[in-house]
Each structure stands twice: as structure tokens, then as C-alpha cells.
Design a protein around this ligand. Structure first.
Ligand SMILES: C[S@@+](CC[C@H](N)C(=O)[O-])C[C@H]1O[C@@H](n2cnc3c(N)ncnc32)[C@H](O)[C@@H]1O
Length: 227
């Protein structure tokens, strides 16, 4: 499976207007839906004093909620440059700017340059990237303790919705595509990277899974993605 080759399209698919609307929604009613569920599952694992890395963190609303819950530091890496800017402004507006770093780029390419952290988050991100194996192995490789994922459950309804979305991208002459990656393959990549599922919840579309590093599985250092 090729790595992602259409980086410049992420800014078009995830434009500033969508970040602004996410920010407005958070100001109006705080976190809701899968985002609220994700934060509550992470809080149950413990986020006090945690160093967090979010890939494709959107406007930074989940990170603000984790700062509110006591997280010490956060990094966001996003392929959409305007969302990186939006996240900087949003986190700063909530008073956490000094403990936050936002970088534009492909996380899979940047991973080796990033520090290991306590908690890594991919919230609706793996479905926007073709090389699931590389992304999950890199994410697991940065996590000392917890890895949280939100992705579309591997069901025919999601596969049908995604086929329609991809038709829309094709009509717009974009190479960008969305994916329902097979869950069995995702789990096997994560297990090979030493991560074990400890919590999971499913909604109509999204599955939220929290994994922790298992002493019984291969260690962080022994995974081939690590250097
Ligand atoms: C559907 S949005 C989700 C945003 C946010 N997490 C949320 O749930 O609202 C997917 C995000 O992932 C980012 N993304 C996808 N693949 C990425 C990669 N390899 N490296 C960094 N960001 C990536 C996109 O740029 C986009 O911001």
C-alpha cells in the first residue's frame, strides 16, 4: 500500500471554514457525541499530568478538554495547514497555548522526530489515510502507555457511505479518498506493536477503541517502526 501522495489536497478537503464551525460548536455546547465519549474513555485511563500527541487534531477541541482534565502538554500534527493554525488559535484562546505545539505535516513521515508520549490519539484520522499499517505502527510507536482510535466500524453501511464520498472526491478530481480499513488488520498491526484493547464502544458509525501497552506483547523498543 503506498504512503499518502496527495498531501496538498488535505488543505482543500479540510478547509478553514470547517475548523471555524467546529470551534463555534465547542463554544456553544462543549464536546458532544464521539468526542465526548473519547475524552471520557481517556479520562478513565488517567490523563492527569499526561503528555499527549494527537494526529489530525482538528480545531483542538479534544485537546482542550484533556487540558481541562489535567493533561500537562500536547502536540498536534495535521496535514491540513489551516487546521494547524486554527488549533493554535483555539488552544491559545482557552489558555493552554504555552503547553501546546502544533505542526503541519504527515505524521507518518514526522513520527521518528516526535517524542514518545503517554497518550496518542487518532480521532477519525486513520480513515483519511491510505497506509493504515504505517500510520498505526507509527502511532503505537510514539505511545508509552495509551493509544486511542476513533474509526468507522467495518460495516456495509459505512462501506456504502464511503463509496459515495469517494465518488464525490473523484468528481471533484481529487485523489484524496476515505477508507474503512479492515478491523482485523488494524488490530493485528496494533497487537504486533504491543498494544492491547482495554475499552471499546460503538455508535452507529464510529467505533472508539482505547488500547494500552501490554507487558505480554512486543515492547516499544522491539517494534520495527522504532529507531
Ligand atoms: C476527518 S478529520 C478529523 C479531525 C478531528 N480529529 C475530528 O475528529 O474532528 C481528519 C484529519 O486528519 C488529518 N490527517 C489525516 N492523515 C494525516 C496524517 N498522515 N498526518 C497528519 N494529519 C493527518 C487531516 O488533515 C484532518 O485534519
Amino acid at each position: 500500500m503506498p504512503r499518502c501522495c496527495y498531501h496538498d489536497e488535505y488543505g482543500e478537503v479540510f478547509p478553514p471554514a470547517e475548523a471555524a464551525s467546529q470551534a463555534r460548536r465547542f463554544r456553544r455546547r462543549g464536546l458532544a457525541g464521539t468526542d465526548a465519549r473519547l475524552v471520557s474513555m481517556l479520562r478513565a485511563e488517567g490523563v492527569a499530568d499526561a503528555h499527549v500527541l494527537e494526529v489530525g487534531g482538528g480545531v483542538g477541541d479534544v485537546l482542550v478538554a484533556l487540558f481541562d482534565a489535567g493533561a500537562a502538554h500536547a502536540i498536534d500534527v495535521d496535514l491540513s495547514p489551516s487546521w494547524v493554525e486554527a488549533a493554535r488559535r483555539f488552544v491559545d484562546e482557552h489558555g493552554y497555548g504555552e503547553r501546546f505545539e502544533a505542526r503541519a505535516g504527515d505524521f507518518v513521515d514526522e513520527a521518528a522526530l516526535l517524542p514518545e508520549v503517554d497518550v496518542v490519539i487518532l480521532n477519525r484520522v486513520v480513515c483519511c489515510y491510505p497506509d493504515m499499517d504505517a500510520m498505526l505502527a507509527a502511532a503505537a510507536g510514539r505511545s508509552r502507555r495509551v493509544l486511542a482510535l476513533v474509526y468507522p466500524a467495518d460495516r456495509w453501511t459505512n462501506r456504502a457511505a464511503i463509496a459515495i464520498a469517494n465518488l464525490w472526491f473523484r468528481l471533484r478530481r481529487l485523489q484524496f479518498r476515505v477508507f474503512v480499513h479492515p478491523e482485523a488488520s488494524m488490530r493485528s498491526v496494533l497487537r504486533a506493536a504491543g498494544m492491547e484493547v482495554v475499552r471499546q464502544r460503538s455508535g452507529v458509525v464510529w467505533r472508539t477503541v482505547v488500547l494500552t501497552r501490554s507487558p505480554a506483547l512486543p515492547s516499544l523498543r522491539s517494534h520495527p517502526e522504532q529507531s
